[in-house]
Design a protein around this ligand. Structure first.
Ligand code: PMP
Length: 430
């Protein structure tokens, strides 16, 4: 065991003044045991904790650091913006440039509003869909996570699932009644739900590729089926691309699968590591948003100059270097193929899902296609694997119900290092 005494003592202090010692639950390492590591700095593919240990980062801030940490183009852009003041609370040309870029790249987005987090984006999108349709109910998929808005903390994935609270106390019965649940990848089930609630469903919201019950891909025809269901019933189809937007392709999962929703939510990725979210969609829907229309939504720091600068720097770099997508996809495929071979050789029951540069190694022999199959994982086994990887300097997402994200800073040499560590880790599982 390496010495993590500084992290441990900071955690002890943190627990006195922050609930559970962390500002977002999954960071607490509860699902994998042991104390969380407090990070001091990061560069390229590496994280460095307070005790000075180096880790290969497999989370990349849960997605946004597509170029790796502290990339010079992002750093320079933020420095330049900072010199002009970090906030005005007034419109800036940068926001317009960001909106133009998003509208030009994301197929469903004709107009877009910036917010400060993925949670704000999904909450606002649903409000607009309700205002637009005059209906109250929404359908979400079991195991999808859309941030911590009340309407979404029902059969939620990610930390809510990890901590055994997919239905959070504090959400009123009235709110819960308006969220209908459907299993992911099951068109028949959602068709029945819509039929039973005819004329009452404002929106269907989903992660087109799920990251929050681990990585789960849509089955052939599923997204198309949802599209035509929404068309038949005048329901607003919302793709939550907080994790997949600009990662799976410049235009996100909707570009990759060729299915255009009515609205799209984006998040952390478009901030290049700074706090950002956005929601956008068809003009006629987005023109319902204040001050163009009657649906209220606002934000003091929305479109913040530093966040716009960081996000634009990263997105423009990606636009100018489309080979980044090929690189991260290829690195992920090499890693996943290596892992698949290893689990076979080690006789470990496992299944691996990959879409582009997102993947999850699930400790189950079931095909993971939805919430039910995701829940068949052996979380103890995952915890042991996680700890064994951590001891060897590989920082995985600290829960089985998460995806991992590969950055452009990962190369073949690091893939070999990850695979060597994994071979040892799997050998300790028994
Ligand atoms: N939607 C999805 C698909 C997410 O993965 C997340 C966060 N991981 C959110 C929404 C919420 O974003 P935030 O944490 O920025 O509020």
């Amino acid at each position: 065991m390496h010495d993590i005494s500084r992290s441990t003592s900071i955690f002890e202090r943190a627990k006195q003044v922050i609930p559970g010692g962390v500002n977002s639950p999954v960071r607490a390492f509860r699902a994998v045991g042991g104390n969380p590591l407090f990070m001091q700095r990061a560069k390229g593919p590496f994280l460095y904790d307070e005790d000075g240990h180096e880790y290969v980062d497999m989370i990349n801030s849960w997605g946004p650091m597509i170029l790796g940490h502290a990339h010079p183009v992002v750093e320079e852009a933020v420095k330049a913006a900072l010199a002009f003041s970090p906030s005005f609370g007034a419109p800036t040309a940068r926001e317009v440039e960001m909106a133009e870029l998003i509208c030009s790249l994301v197929p469903s987005v004709e107009k877009v509003r910036m917010v400060n987090s993925g949670t704000e984006a999904t909450m606002s999108a649903v409000r607009v869909a309700r205002g637009f349709t005059g209906r109250d109910k929404i359908v979400k998929m079991e195991g999808c996570y859309h941030g911590h808005g009340d309407s979404f903390l029902i059969a939620a994935g990610s930390g809510a699932l990890t901590f055994g609270t997919p239905d959070s106390p504090g959400v009123t019965k009235g709110t819960a009644r308006d969220t209908l649940l459907a299993p992911f990848n099951d068109l028949e089930a959602i068709e029945d739900i819509v039929e039973e609630n005819k004329g009452q469903v404002a929106a269907i919201i989903l992660e087109p590729v799920v990251g929050n019950m681990g990585c789960v891909a849509p089955q052939a025809g599923y997204l198309q089926g949802l599209r035509s269901l929404c068309d038949r019933h005048n329901i607003v189809l919302i793709f939550d691309e907080v994790m997949t937007g600009f990662r799976l392709a410049p235009g996100g999962a909707q570009e990759l699968y060729g299915v255009t929703p009515d609205m799209t939510t984006l998040g952390k990725i478009i901030g290049g590591g700074l706090p950002v979210g956005a929601y956008g969609g068809r003009k006629e829907i987005m023109d319902f948003v204040s001050p163009a229309g009657p649906v209220y939504q606002a934000g003091t720091l929305s479109g913040n100059p530093l966040a716009m600068a960081a996000g634009m720097a990263m997105l423009k770099y990606l636009q100018a270097h489309p080979e980044v997508y090929q690189h991260i996809d290829r690195m992920t495929t090499t890693l996943v193929q290596g892992l698949a071979q290893q689990v076979k050789e080690a006789g470990v029951k496992a299944t691996i899902n990959q879409v582009g540069s997102m993947f999850t190694l699930f400790f189950t022999d079931k095909h993971v296609i939805d919430f039910e199959t995701a829940k068949t994982v052996d979380t103890q086994k995952f915890a042991a694997y996680f700890q064994a990887m951590l001891q060897q300097g590989i920082y995985l997402a600290p829960s089985q119900y998460e995806a991992m994200f590969i950055s452009a800073a990962i190369d073949e040499k690091l893939i070999s290092r990850i695979l060597d560590a994994s071979r040892h880790a799997l050998a300790t599982l028994g």
